[in-house]
Write a protein that binds this ligand. Structure first.
Ligand code: TXA
Ligand code: MG
Length: 304
């Protein structure tokens, strides 16, 4: 595929590419090149304490830099490629750039299911480090139009893969412990994981516990305008985001389908930012499996 060649060439030359995935768009660079990794941190304004997810084309690659265990193998078989990332201990002698790992002795690995992402990584031939393609702390991009300004400002090519089908970042699972633990909520819920694998899963990180993922410490997913969540009485100056049979400025899902709500939440916040209304309010999201993940993002987005 000639078009893909130019993106691969750009990565080989140490450049960055905005890569589509089924969760959110990523800002991808060569995971073994410290200069490319430094560029990712600089472009995003990302704190150095926050490590990057390492994206592979196949599970067979993971063994090169991480120590596998049975729990991870079971999860990989059921959920990879797909919207999950696994934390594993690093393997001695790995070739990953140190600055991608924030000084930890573990690594977070993901195999995206988006066909263009897989082709890009496969053709590049090495894992790609890729955080979400947004300035640190801001909304994650789920559609090409969300990243155009960021890409132009930094002169980074976008590999257009259309709208992300899931629209929330991958569920991160720490496989180093038994039971395994969820380090970041996403569309693959604890229930779905237990059901498909029979594995025991620890309770998701609570707010009074030190998070497993350093990124969970930081304010995140924030729109530019003030945001009010769990709101049932929006003001006239608030762009109201709701779902189901509710009068609102943007309906996440008229049928209250939680997958559709997840797919649309970042887009709704993006539209709210672009609207003439100076404030944003979101309706209460029921704490179903995926609803919990959406609520987690919204809570982190509220101005502190
Ligand atoms: O869906 C996704 O995961 C997207 C797409 C682009 O793949 N990527 C993404 O990356 O959300 P980012 O950088 O926005 O979030 C990565 C999270 C951060 O919270 C970071 O702290 C955590 O992963 N993380 C990375 N390596 C880790 C490790 N070794 N241990 C614990 N957490 C880790
Ligand atoms: Mg992010």
């Amino acid at each position: 595929m000639a078009k893909l060649d130019s993106y691969v060439g750009h990565l080989q030359a140490g450049g960055l590419v905005i890569m589509p995935t089924e969760t959110v768009y990523g800002l991808a660079g060569d995971s073994t090149n410290p200069d490319a990794i430094a560029q990712i941190y600089q472009t995003k304004g990302r704190p150095a304490i926050n490590p990057l997810i390492i994206h592979c084309a196949e599970w067979g690659w993971v063994n090169e830099f991480a120590q596998l265990n049975e729990r991870a193998e079971i999860l990989a078989k059921k959920f990879m490629p797909g919207p999950v990332s696994l934390i594993l201990p690093l393997r001695a002698g790995h070739k990953l750039a140190k600055n991608a790992l924030a000084g930890l002795d573990s690594v977070c690995v993901r195999i995206p299911a988006h066909p263009l992402a897989r082709q890009l990584i496969q053709q590049f031939g090495r894992p790609l480090a890729a955080p979400s393609a947004n300035p640190s702390g801001q909304l994650s991009p789920t559609r090409p139009e969300h990243i155009q300004a960021f890409a132009n400002a930094h002169n980074i090519p976008i590999l257009d893969g259309g709208d992300a089908v899931f629209g929330l970042e991958s569920t991160i699972i720490d496989t180093r412990t038994d039971p395994i633990q969820i380090a970041r909520l996403g569309v693959i819920s604890a229930e779905a994981m237990t059901q498909k694998t029979g594995l025991n899963i620890g309770i998701p990180t609570t707010h009074n516990q030190k998070p497993i993922s350093p990124g969970q410490l930081l304010r995140h997913y924030a729109p530019h305008k003030p945001l009010r969540i769990n709101c049932t009485n929006p003001g006239a100056d608030e762009y109201y985001i709701g779902f189901g049979a509710l009068e609102c400025d943007f309906n996440l899902s008229p049928n209250a389908n939680e997958f559709e709500m997840a797919k649309n939440i970042f887009h709704a916040l993006w539209l709210a930012d672009a609207s003439p209304k100076p404030r944003i309010a979101t309706a209460p999201i029921p704490p179903s499996d995926i609803g919990m993940a959406i609520n987690d993002k919204l809570m982190r987005a509220v101005e502190k």
